[in-house]
Design a protein around this ligand. Structure first.
Ligand code: AMP
Ligand code: MG
Length: 352
């Protein structure tokens, strides 16, 4: 188990953890923290931090192991890239075949389905054929036509998937899902819960831009400090803003690192799945969205959804969920926040 003197997440992440100084140093209340960075999970960087009472090294080790194991289990269930995952089986299944699914996968699918309703269809994991079409079009070098996107949209929707008590059934062969907009946040929550079950004092799980933190932070500040990077200057040590949280989920979605380029134009990896005139238009008007919610799953969903909905989406946020949207470009950008977002900022940001 490695100890670090502090870290900033790298590798294209829009969120950085800052001010995690003096990790491993004993404090007046004698807490100690340990951090690991398991690799090869969900195609992104991860960071696990656990806070324990001084000397509880074996508890810390067990918690980090349990958290990592949980992340890998979640990936093995939800990934569409892994040929043997539950989601791969569901996607490949013909109509009218019941595909057995674990409780976790079913919970995730139900949350995703509810989110499609709550976001007016802006968050829709059944839009996978449209995502595939964008990828194929990028390889061919020309954007998909509206007609192609509409046709792709018709091949998969929540109307074509029935969620049962122990599995799911499709009503068409073509229906399929892509949990890329929820699985990391969901995995971060389950991973944090695995730490909590071992009685640790606090912890943080970061999977790419999805973060879940809880309990005690052993640093000098009270609360977890999470920096939001400037999407137009992501390597700068100067953060756009720094959050100070007692716990909860934080998610940043943006098109500054993940996009396809077709004929010199950038298209976001997030697409607008809503049928109609906007069908398939990429959500490239929103360079960066950060959402803070009670849990990481909710933050993950809404960060993706707001990337589609834009500023109008701020009004749709459920109670207890706050967001900041960055618009504009490298030459000048604007920050737009929901009403309660300012209260989550660390003191040095107040008045931004
Ligand atoms: P995130 O980085 O959390 O915003 O998730 C982006 C990923 O979610 C993409 O790479 C796709 O796998 C998937 N996705 C793209 N657009 C949507 C959408 N409108 N609703 C749900 N998932 C989406
Ligand atoms: Mg998301």
């Amino acid at each position: 188990m490695k100890q670090y003197l502090g870290y900033v997440l790298s590798g294209g992440l829009l969120i950085a953890l800052v001010a995690l100084a003096a990790i491993g140093v004993f404090h007046s209340d004698r807490l100690q923290s340990f951090t690991s960075h398991p690799v090869g999970i969900m195609g992104t960087d991860t960071a696990l931090t656990v806070v324990v009472r001084a000397g509880e090294t074996s508890v810390a080790r067990s918690a980090l192991e349990a958290a990592e194991k949980t992340l890998r289990e979640m990936e093995a269930r939800a990934s569409w890239r892994m040929a043997d995952s539950e989601i791969a089986h569901l996607n490949a299944a013909p109509a009218a075949k019941i595909v057995p699914l674990s409780v976790e996968t079913l919970v995730m699918l139900r949350l995703a389905r509810d989110a499609a309703d709550a976001t007016g269809g802006a968050f829709d994991v059944t839009c996978r054929p449209m995502i595939e079409l964008w990828k194929a079009s990028a390889q061919q070098g020309s954007p998909p036509t509206h007609q192609q996107l509409t046709a792709a949209r018709a091949t998969s929707s929540w109307d074509q998937i029935i969620l049962g008590p122990a599995g799911a059934e499709k009503t068409t062969d073509t229906a399929c899902v892509d949990l890329g907009g929820i699985a990391k946040g969901f995995a971060a929550d389950r991973s944090a819960e695995a730490m909590m079950r071992l009685g640790v004092s606090g912890g943080l799980v970061a999977v790419g831009g999805e973060i879940r933190c809880f309990g005690r932070h052993d640093g000098r500040q009270d609360g977890w400090r999470i920096g939001i990077r400037n999407p137009f200057d992501p390597n700068s040590p100067a953060m756009l803003a720094t959050l100070k949280l007692a716990g909860g989920g934080v998610s940043t979605s943006g098109n500054y690192f993940r996009f396809v380029e077709i004929q010199g134009r950038r298209y976001s990896h997030i697409i607008d799945p809503r049928a109609g005139d906007n069908c398939g238009a990429t959500a490239d008007a929103v360079p960066s969205v950060t959402v803070v919610a009670p849990d990481s799953t909710t933050a993950d969903i809404w960060a993706t959804a707001l990337s589609v909905l834009g500023l109008a989406g701020l009004k749709r946020l459920p109670a207890g969920v706050e967001a900041m949207i960055v618009t504009g470009g490298p030459a000048g950008h604007q920050q737009h926040s929901s009403e309660g977002f300012g209260k989550l900022l660390a003191d040095e940001n107040k008045g931004m």
